[in-house]
Design a protein around this ligand. Sequence first.
Ligand code: ZN
Ligand code: ZN
Length: 314
Amino acid sequence: MARIRALIVLLLAGSLLLGAAGPATAAGQAVLPLAGPVVRGFDPPDQPWLSGHRGVDLLGAVGTEVVAAMAGRVVFAGTVAGRGVVVVSHGDLRTTYLPVRPLVSVGTGVSAGQAIGRLLPGHACPGGACLHWGLKRGEEYLDPLSLLDEVQLRLLPADAAEQVAGLVRYRDDAVTSGAEVPAVLSRPVPGAVGSRFGMRRHPILHVVRLHNGVDLHADCGDPIRAAAPGRVARVSYDSQSGHRLEVDHGSLGGHRLVTIYLHATGFSVRAGRRVDRGEVVGRVGSTGLSTGCHLHFTVKVDGGYVDPERFFSG
Ligand SMILES: [Zn+2]
Ligand SMILES: [Zn+2]
């Protein structure tokens, strides 16, 4: 039976997708070998001699560490047809990783999440460099995403194509070079940017320091919307931030993306809750160190502050 799934998938929270159920195996004990989104899914051929896609492709940056999906023992680390390959045995299952420069040698015991190689160029995919991750039992190819805990998986959203396009733009070099990566984030409130990201004299403290986000014009009580799909990481209050919300959008193109919303009158979501893009999560206020109602919006990539305006469209 043909399983033609045009999957382009994507998404946040280290998560991804998938259509059909695979073999029930060790679910929950595996991790993604690369944080990047799945940009091409498992699509095995009807017959062994036909072409198909006998694994999944994870988008990543060349040089990124690739980790073992499950605990096991390295049974191959070398080159096959000019491509670097690592194969890890897990009892009757084997996971394969390519193209990679191996960081382990044959016989090494590895734990789930342990680095086994670095991503090399060579496996073409929509975003550029991809890790081809495979799973075999004997000579049978299985869907490696079937190893992941259900919780980590997420069905493709309806606007996936647009999101994948955004993702691809968002990738690696764009993030690190400071280039614009439009449309990754939606505006949490429609108002214009008042105070921009960068060094500025604080209006209340009168000291020059990094303004680690943007101040968006909004009226008291206006809805605050999640800038992208994600999971609420933290809801808190302190004298500077006022009511503060942190949303973890997981890994995009190999980079951890987090958004933070300050000075609200309050938030209607709790930690752990999944939120959709555009979902109302709270109301604009002026709590904490604030001179009037507005939304201070911060974006962090891999733990560092970046200019949110780079991620908005228009
Ligand atoms: Zn592939
Ligand atoms: Zn601010």
